[in-house]
Design a protein around this ligand. Sequence first.
Ligand code: ZN
Length: 152
Amino acid sequence: MLDDLRELYQEVILDHGKQPRNFGQPAEATRSARGNNPLCGDRMTLYLTVEDGRVADARFEGKGCAISMASASLMTEIIKGRTAAEARALFERFHRLVTTDAGGGVDADELDKLTVFAGVREFPVRVKCATLAWHTMTAALEGRNDEISTED
Ligand code: ZN
């Protein structure tokens, strides 16, 4: 059962890693930020369109490992339609999920497909791959135009 679950999780990550959703630079965006994870070589630019305090659109481009691309892909799906505060709160939960034993008591329903990343907590280097998109999203929301690095 656990192995089946692992396989399913891996399928989701491989699927989104190979064919990321919301990939490519949009014609317009109100905010953007660049993220860099030098330990793995993951780089991305995230584009957000924020309207009336909500994330109306989220897209990204970049290259990196399957985990970093899948995480960015799933993140852009889940933050659409959310307020900036809701998006930040999701990151806090996601961060607990991937860094705390037993997921830090996080409600799996709320994180939906993001729970596929729970397994990375066993691999600290991979945590940086999984959270890069989220750090970049936070930087974009804060209007920081400089590149953020997981090693700063
Ligand atoms: Zn990576």
